[in-house]
Write a protein that binds this ligand. Structure first.
Ligand code: NAP
Length: 517
């Protein structure tokens, strides 16, 4: 099935593009390489604008080119041995300091995130808090970076494992969680003793610079964390292909993620690629409909639907279908779309022109394929909204699994609804999709919920809670087309960024081994 290509039209934008605060007034961002802030060497001058009002320039910067990426890898390679020899609890303490700095700066960081990424301020605060929790969890891993001992077949032999860092790793992240995702990758990489080259999405450069400032203030030694602000198409491959890169942790779209995984596979290095989602939420006939309604609204339209874990497919039992749809439509109408800094707004804009176009394009595709437009479907452009990327929260019903709106990730506030009568029908609908990130069911019945947990082809399952969210202490990631490689967060995150070494120690030096292997 064809997929749409998303273009990130926030960059490149021309120097001197019209703005309330022109490029001269907006901060000029730099790369962070070897502990120094330096201009990118690329020939493009880029601007980051506010998706709620593109007249506002958030920052400008000169893009990195391949030579900058090589310098970042050089710096990481030079600093890796020193960081590797830093005791793991001390590495953990650097993360603990980052926690304190992020907490102190939270209000200002939240505003910047809203201005650059578009999500409403409470969502930005929530993301910052979640990222801080992830840092907290990883800071403690400094004391838990341990191996195991095992009973040996041989007398007076000590058999044990230690965990060791990999060396230089790259971290490639998307724009939708510009803080939490870098937190859940960079923190485990650092606590495990690796040096990191961090390449965030091109449309959140200002926030990514603040992330590196936090780490710099926390005391990460020069070169241990490096920031490359360059487009994926120019520097991305190099961050996977360079022979010094030992692992790559990627989150983003399927098309790019599969490419990253292919290159990593060819090189025989570790790669974890967390990719798109098309997450189903099922409403069983006995569901607490009020509870389910809150969950569906947050799942489908929270963060403007720009979550990998967003609820994008809704499956409703025939017996409660009409009632639940009436409730859903009535509440969705109350969503107030507007700039994220306006306290009255409950849903922000699409992140950029490319995502905005994709949302509207999928709406047209769904209509053409015969889905029924129940609500929304249009751009909002009254008054100042015309300067931003605002799309109405949109609901389609009578959606068939054969339709693209059921099969492909939109990554916007567009919900596809289908009806079922039996458990088997529900599971067929839920699993009839190439993605398998997360899922949810609302029911009071233990048997139904447990059967759903068993049969659902997804990396995560929620019972009586929305498809969204993750917790630092448990793995996060997807099955099927949603993820390849190790899960992230929790123990899995640190394990990915480290390797085990097995030690056979004959402490008398006298054992005559009869081991034939
Ligand atoms: P994307 O276009 O795939 O970009 C992700 C990152 O990859 C960006 O930093 C991008 O840089 C970079 N990149 C682009 N081309 C590359 C290449 N050839 N080699 C290496 N890196 C390259 O994704 P996005 O639009 O930023 O993010 C949205 C997607 O992320 C959605 O599909 C969403 O579901 C997924 N996501 C998944 C999870 C999860 O945990 N499963 C979580 C969040 C988001 P540029 O920005 O410079 O292009």
């Amino acid at each position: 099935m064809p997929t749409l290509t998303k273009t990130k039209t926030k960059s490149p934008a021309l120097k001197g593009s019209p703005g309330r605060s022109g490029p001269g007034a907006a901060p000029k961002l730099q790369q962070f390489i070897g502990g120094r802030w330096v201009d990118g060497s690329g020939d493009r001058e880029l601007v980051s604008t506010n998706p709620a009002d593109t007249r506002e320039v958030v920052a400008t910067f000169k893009s990195a080119n391949q030579a900058d990426a090589v310098k970042a890898i050089d710096a990481a390679a030079a600093s890796a041995p020193g960081w590797r020899d830093t005791p793991a609890p001390q590495r953990g303490r650097v993360i603990a300091r980052a926690v304190e700095i992020a907490r102190r700066r939270l209000p200002e960081l939240a505003r910047l995130m809203t201005r650059e990424q578009g999500k409403i301020l409470p969502e930005a605060v929530g993301e910052l808090e979640k990222g801080i929790n992830l840092l907290e969890w990883n800071s403690g891993e400094g004391y838990r970076f341990m191996g195991e001992t095992a009973p040996s077949d041989l007398p007076r032999n000590l058999l044990y494992t230690v965990r060791q860092p990999l060396g230089v790793v790259s971290v490639i992240t998307p724009w939708n969680f510009p803080w939490a995702i870098p937190c859940w990758k960079i923190a485990p990489a650092l606590v495990a003793g690796n040096a990191v080259v961090f390449k965030p999405a091109s449309n959140v450069p200002a926030f990514s610079v603040e992330i590196c400032r936090i780490w710099e203030e926390a005391g990460v030694p020069p070169g241990v964390l490096n920031l490359v602000l360059g487009s994926g198409s120019s520097v991305g491959n190099l961050l996977v292909e360079d022979p010094r890169i030992r692992a790559v942790s990627f989150t983003g779209s399927n098309s790019i993620g599969k490419g990253v995984h292919t290159i990593a596979g060819r090189r025989g290095i570790k790669a974890t690629c967390e990719m798109g989602g098309k997450n189903p939420c099922a409403i069983w006939e006995d569901a607490d409909l009020g509870l389910a309604l809150g969950g569906v609204l947050r799942g489908a339209f929270g963060s403007t639907g720009q979550r990998c874990t967003a609820t994008s497919r809704l499956l409703i039992h025939d017996r409660v279908y009409d009632k639940f749809m009436d409730m859903l439509v009535a509440e969705t109408k109350k969503i107030r779309v507007g700039p994220g800094l306006d306290p009255k707004s409950t849903m922000g804009p699409a992140v950029d022109q490319g995502q905005f176009d994709t949302d509207l394009e999928y709406i047209e595709i769904a209509k053409k394929e015969g889905a029924r437009l129940v609500l929304g479907g249009r751009r909002l452009e009254s008054g100042d909204l015309k300067h931003g990327f605002f799309v109405e929260p949109t609901i389609f019903d009578q959606v068939k699994p054969s339709m693209r709106i059921w099969q492909e990730e939109v990554f916007g506030p567009v919900l596809a609804v289908a009806r079922f009568k039996t458990f088997d029908e529900m599971m067929k609908l839920a699993n009839d999709c190439p993605f398998g990130l997360t899922s949810a069911i609302y029911t009071q019945e233990l048997t139904v919920s447990m059967r759903f947990v068993e049969a659902m082809e997804a990396g995560m399952v929620h019972v009586n809670s929305p498809t969204i969210g993750g917790e630092p202490a448990v793995p996060f990631g997807g099955a099927k087309g949603s993820g390849v490689g190790d899960r992230e967060m929790a123990k899995e995150g640190v394990r990915f960024f480290s390797e085990s070494k097995t030690v056979f120690l004959d402490y008398t030096g006298q054992t005559r081994s009869s081991n034939i292997y």
